[in-house]
Design a protein around this ligand. Sequence first.
Ligand SMILES: NC(=O)c1ccc[n+]([C@@H]2O[C@H](COP(=O)([O-])OP(=O)(O)OC[C@H]3O[C@@H](n4cnc5c(N)ncnc54)[C@H](O)[C@@H]3O)[C@@H](O)[C@H]2O)c1
Length: 242
Amino acid sequence: MAEVAIVTGGAGGLGSSICAALAEDGLRVVVADFRKDDAEALAAGLKSEGREALAVGVDVGDRQSVEAMIQSAMDAYGQLDHQINTAGLMGRFAVADMSEEEWDRVIRVNLRGVFLCSQAAAAAMRPRKRGRILNVASGRGIAGAPYSAHYAASKGGVIAFTKSMAVEVASDNILVNNICPGRTETPMAQAGYTDEQWQAIKAEDPLQGGLTQKDEITGLVRYLVSDAARYVTGQTFLLRTP
Ligand SMILES: NC(=O)c1ccc[n+]([C@@H]2O[C@H](COP(=O)([O-])OP(=O)(O)OC[C@H]3O[C@@H](n4cnc5c(N)ncnc54)[C@H](O)[C@@H]3O)[C@@H](O)[C@H]2O)c1
């Protein structure tokens, strides 16, 4: 049977590209997102092209909701091969002006969400002694992000979490890696910029810090779910110098 991948944040800018690439490669894809209607629309579009897809509404920061997401995938497809944690939030505040609520809002989704989804996915993968978890972190988790320190801290946390969990689950043949895109053209990245500013960013030379292209990300995801990456674990793949 074809492999099964859950993509959280699957209705988002990066997530939807990852879902489309994996479905095109013949995987059965679970589009999991807080925005259930958008997840359903994407899954319907994939199905209309002859792909296998299922939409699930999830709040990655809530354990019950995460466990229900994994159960939905298991009920529909009977196995889980890949858990791709793409759901994420961003906010722009100086540390001096950041409320505890804003700190918690971002950490809850970006870091706690990765923890809950990885823990529940590994539990579903362990009996088959195979599985892969791929966490979408960010170059900002390495370089920092002035005026988004909570975002940078959450992504740095994801990188450290990934390296730690990779060691713990290696004996179960579960591989855990993370990818760190640079700025990529999605609603999250464009928020707060005028069209003019965004066009200027787009015009930057990619080798001088311009945008990460979505096919760079999907290409890396395709590699990391492939047989060629069967011994790759605990690694951080940086797609742009941050
Ligand atoms: N776009 C960039 O420049 C960039 C760069 C580096 C890393 N990233 C990371 O890539 C990932 C995807 O970002 P994007 O640019 O596609 O953003 P996006 O806003 O387009 O997509 C994020 C998705 O996550 C979903 N989501 C938010 N909270 C959720 C929750 N509690 N439960 C389930 N789903 C939830 C949203 O509904 C949305 O569909 C994020 O983790 C982001 O931090 C993005």
